[in-house]
Write a protein that binds this ligand. Structure first.
Ligand code: SF4
Ligand code: SF4
Length: 352
């Protein structure tokens, strides 16, 4: 029996409108929940370290894809009994498993027809800029004069906006009309010309309700300090999130003024567990980035509840998300364990 392979150059993608439809159908087939396209001209004002043309100078189109975080993946944190599912399935698993598989399959479908395509999920671990967009000193250097420092980081939330997939909320979370803040983004860049989708102009998603601000356990989202930018001719504004503080709070820790003998996080010697973490020490990170002990209490859960209550999300549910009063942990008291909780008895020490 002869070997078998995929077929090449069998689909005519020369018409940008037909090509866009083909690519979008493939994206959904491969596992994206929503897909949109932006032409590269929309990135004309991108800062050099975030400019897709620095990676692919011949790039003509960017395909943005929304991947939902299942609402059920947040259930365990909402109930206070099962935290790792969101970090694993909703966060790290999407980032490092599911999105790469989908974007790789989509790039294969495009490259089968003779156009180059770059698959990109959330992988920006080697990026040359920090969370605030500043270049990291003594990190890397341009390989040719005038080029960006490796690695470039494409701003995925902005990419999703420029692909017409939704809004950027006050929380700086990307809000899709399907899932609100409950999603992550994957993109591909390609030299295939695809007809772009309009910038999102559907029902208003972020109505500045400030539920995200009120429910963030670390008060990381200021209302008096915002970032304003222009994206493809549209004014966009979001809270200037305190990323450093969020980086501690979202892992379940609270920074104090004193160095702790037994800190919550080994890399933050002043940290103690917050009242929104049931863990004495920060649990092990899953899939490299999954350590969201706060369960995005403000920027995702509170926002989602607000959007669902307004009836603006397409993925609606039969039962409301919050069904019981919110919980908090009092670390100043002894723990009370439920009947049926069995600890291993300390071994008997025999003394001769
Ligand atoms: S991840 Fe948690 S700490 Fe960070 S902004 Fe969202 S709710 Fe606040
Ligand atoms: S909680 Fe309200 S203000 Fe915050 S992002 Fe969501 S809709 Fe916007």
């Amino acid at each position: 029996m002869a070997t078998m392979s995929r077929a090449f150059n069998t689909v005519d993608l020369q018409d940008p409108v037909k090509a866009a439809e083909y690519v979008k159908r493939k994206a959904l087939e491969f596992g994206a929940d929503a897909v949109g396209i932006g032409n590269i001209e929309r990135w004309a004002d991108a800062p050099i370290q975030m400019d897709p043309k620095q990676i692919m100078p011949e790039c003509k189109s960017i395909v943005g894809m929304v991947f939902r975080v299942e609402r059920g993946s947040l259930r365990g944190i909402e109930e206070g009994t099962y935290f790792s599912n969101y970090s694993a399935m909703g966060y790290g698993g999407l980032t490092y498993l599911y999105i790469p598989m989908t974007v790789i399959n989509l790039t294969k479908a495009i490259e089968d027809e003779g156009y180059e395509a770059i698959p990109m999920g959330h992988q920006s671990d080697w990026r040359a800029i920090d969370n605030e967009g500043f270049a990291r000193p003594n990190y890397s250097r341009p390989v040719r004069p005038g080029q960006a420092m490796p690695d470039i980081m494409i701003h995925l939330r902005i990419a999703a906006y420029l692909c017409g997939l939704g809004e950027i909320g006050f929380s700086k979370m990307f809000l899709s009309p399907q899932f609100g803040p409950r999603n992550r983004i994957g993109i591909i860049m390609t030299d295939l010309e695809l007809a772009p989708d309009p910038i999102y102009n559907g029902p208003q998603l972020c109505n500045r309700c400030m539920a995200c601000v009120k429910a963030c356990p670390g008060q990381c989202l200021p209302t008096d300090k915002t970032i304003k930018t222009n994206l493809a001719g549209h004014e966009v504004e979001w809270s200037d999130i305190d990323t450093k503080r969020c980086g501690i709070i979202f892992r379940g820790g609270v920074p104090t003024d004193t160095v702790q003998e037994d800190p919550y996080m080994t890399d933050v010697p002043t940290s103690v567990p917050g009242d929104y973490s049931p863990f004495r020490h920060k649990p092990r990170t899953v899939y490299n980035t999954g350590q969201a002990v706060c369960g995005a209490r403000g920027c995702t859960r509170a926002c989602m509840i607000s959007l669902e209550s307004r009836g603006v999300l397409q993925n609606s549910f039969k039962q409301k998300f919050r069904r019981r009063p919110t919980w908090s942990v009092d670390w100043s008291k002894e723990a009370e364990y439920a009947p049926g909780t069995v600890f291993r008895k300390p071994p008997k020490v025999e003394i001769d």
